[in-house]
Design a protein around this ligand. Structure first.
Ligand code: ADP
Ligand code: MG
Length: 292
């Protein structure tokens, strides 16, 4: 790239810097971007850059593979229903140790290595995520929590103080019990509660595919009703269900745009935020006009 081209890239990003200045963007971090070393570094650099140009990033992370690994070590076989982990008492303890412990603190220190400032929280801190047992027809998911209340005060305090909040999806029940909530759902609910400008969900596919078998069937823009229909007809299944539901929760809750992005693509967060390129799947209320 020539020097002139480099300068042009920065100048083109300027209107986007201006547009998102002071706005909250919730990022759900997961999939390959959480496992592959080069992608991990890129995501952290993207988050730090967002923060430096005046965005208020909030990072929500999963950690499914790490929880599954810890379960297998003690001879437990992970089991999923509609993309949600069946969570008995032992599993919820493991999930809290892994997600609120090593995974969360690992992300916090990566952000620091990239020159940012971050604080790790679970849903128990500041009573951030209050949940009750999630009821699902025909299955007992155990300690899977449905978040019924989001107390954003602590997150707002951290953002105000110049910290990137890094949040694990461990929630607390009304009697202090521990719940394992789905990180996609948590990201969607947090985005709504924080009145975020955007919800960005990183995953291992290009976005929502009309046909899972066909990588070229990407749906680049959906309205709320189109997104709902995909879940109802079963065109979307497994781990994509909570992601689409998260987009619905966010947009129904007033977030202008929710995006499912390919975390395997380099710097997909920056491409989505700071260029004209529409990447992944965008869900908006009406679904018609392209708004970046
Ligand atoms: P993450 O770790 O990012 O949460 P998941 O594995 O939980 O990822 O969810 C993404 C997966 O959802 C995809 O890898 C794909 O197998 C599955 N999926 C199901 N239906 C669809 C669809 N219509 N379009 C894209 N992916 C789908
Ligand atoms: Mg998932």
């Amino acid at each position: 790239m020539s020097e002139a081209e480099r300068a042009r890239v920065l100048v083109e990003a300027l209107p986007y810097f201006r547009r998102y200045h002071g706005k909250t963007v919730v990022v759900k971090y997961g999939g390959a971007a959480m496992v592959q070393e080069d992608l991990k570094q890129q995501v952290m650099a993207d988050i730090v850059l967002m923060h430096i140009v005046g965005i208020r990033p909030v990072l929500v992370h999963g950690g499914g593979p790490e929880v599954s690994e810890a379960m297998k070590k003690i001879g437990k076989e992970p089991l999923f229903v509609r993309g949600l982990r069946v969570t008995d008492e032992e599993t919820v303890r493991i999930a809290e140790m892994v997600l609120a412990g090593t995974t969360n603190k690992g992300i916090v220190s990566l952000i620091h290595q990239h020159g940012g400032r971050a604080v790790g929280l679970s849903g128990k801190d500041g009573n951030l995520l209050v949940a009750r047992k999630m009821e699902v027809e025909g299955a007992d998911l155990g300690f899977v929590g449905e978040v019924i209340q989001v107390n954003t005060h602590l997150v707002e305090t951290l953002l105000h103080g110049g910290y990137v909040p890094v949040i694990s999806s461990i929630a607390v029940g009304s009697r202090g019990e521990t719940f394992n909530s789905n990180a996609d759902h948590v990201a969607g609910q947090l985005a709504a509660a924080l009145r975020a400008e955007k919800l960005l969900l990183l995953t291992d596919v290009r976005g929502i595919l009309a046909d899972v078998q066909d990588a070229n069937s990407l749906l680049s823009h959906l309205s709320l009703s189109q997104a709902r229909e995909l879940v109802e007809t079963g065109a979307v299944d497994r781990g994509m269900i909570p992601k689409v539901e998260a987009c619905l929760m966010a947009v129904e809750g007033g977030v202008p745009g929710a995006h499912i992005l390919d975390g395997r693509a380099p710097h997909s967060l920056l491409t989505e935020l700071f260029t004209d390129q529409g990447v992944g799947t965008m869900v908006t209320r009406a679904g018609d006009s392209h708004s970046g």
